[in-house]
Design a protein around this ligand. Structure first.
Ligand SMILES: NC(=O)c1ccc[n+]([C@@H]2O[C@H](COP(=O)([O-])OP(=O)(O)OC[C@H]3O[C@@H](n4cnc5c(N)ncnc54)[C@H](O)[C@@H]3O)[C@@H](O)[C@H]2O)c1
Length: 271
């Protein structure tokens, strides 16, 4: 009987870096990649949570390491890339994921104080990280996934900076795909809908109660009428990073329960 070609770890022998891998979607992605054989660098500002994610991966038999980074700080991004280069001779996977979400309406001017920090992390920091890790990614080729958002397609009140960044991630993903194909590097994006992560409940006075409430409350803003778990995005990211997506580059995969581009009129009001 021939061996089943699908009964393999898709990322065995690969090195991966997940920015923002200490929490939410990044953490679920790091855990998924490690479970499928990758050695995962968890690059994050939050050392305590990064250590917890590393410990969880190792306890499950996987391989991971913490690497500190503040994406808002060029010198820190340079230090992160240097630290990775000291550990591995090639990087195969990069997930540009760490971001912050601030709110502020255009009319109020409340957005002005958010602009610098949000764009520094979510656009400049991501591109800087990609640029500095490119020599390692070029060694053996690989794949990059950037995190966009439904907001990048919708444009929502009070979130113009965040949503403009996420629209920018879509075009930057195409630019990267254009520039890196010659190196054997595919670049794609995922655009999640409403995912229940620390981004939405960590700031609440009772984070656990808020998390439960978010998970349990039906929503009318997507066909599936529920919010998603981070693992549901991690699965899509892992697909795009794997050889299962070997002919896909420059695209954005919507992981939003059926929202962007859908006619939702029959569901009544949007959130
Ligand atoms: N949660 C959602 O509903 C949702 C929807 C669409 C897109 N996204 C996108 O998915 C990605 C992950 O979001 P999440 O909800 O998992 O967020 P999260 O807040 O749970 O995790 C973000 C991680 O980024 C880290 N981080 C923040 N600032 C950093 C910095 N300056 N340098 C390094 N690390 C930093 C945090 O410590 C944290 O570990 C983001 O790009 C977000 O915009 C999230």
């Amino acid at each position: 009987m021939s061996a089943n070609p699908y009964a393999i770890y898709r990322f065995a022998g690969k090195a991966a870096l997940v920015s923002g891998g200490a929490s939410g979607i990044g953490r679920a992605t790091a855990i998924r990649l490690a479970a499928e054989g990758a050695h995962v660098f968890i690059a994050d500002l939050n050392k305590e949570m990064a250590d917890q994610a590393v410990a969880e991966i190792r306890a499950a038999g996987g391989s991971a390491a913490r690497v500190d980074v503040d994406l808002a700080d060029d010198a820190s991004v340079e230090g992160c890339a240097r630290a990775v280069a000291e550990e591995v001779s090639a990087l195969h996977i990069l997930v540009n994921n760490a971001a912050i979400l601030r709110q502020g309406r255009i009319e109020d001017g409340g957005w002005i104080e958010n602009w610098e920090i949000e764009t520094r992390i979510g656009l400049r920091g991501w591109v800087m990280m990609t640029q500095l890790l490119l020599p390692l990614l070029k060694r053996e080729g690989g794949a990059i996934v950037n995190l966009s958002s439904e907001g990048g397609y919708l444009g929502r009140p009070g979130m113009w900076v965040y949503d403009a960044i996420k629209a920018g991630v879509v075009s930057t993903t195409k630019t990267m795909a254009q520039e890196f194909t010659k190196y054997g590097i595919r670049v794609n994006a995922v655009a999640p809908g409403w995912i229940v992560t620390e981004m939405h409940f960590a700031g609440d006075p009772d984070p656990a109660a808020r998390k439960k409430e978010l998970e349990e409350t039906p929503i009318s803003s997507c066909l599936m009428q529920r919010r998603a778990a981070p693992e549901e995005v991690a699965g899509a990211i892992a697909f795009l990073l794997s050889d299962d997506a070997s002919y896909i580059t420059g695209t954005t995969l919507h992981v939003d329960g059926g929202r962007v581009g859908m006619n939702l009129g029959h569901l009544g009001i949007l959130e």
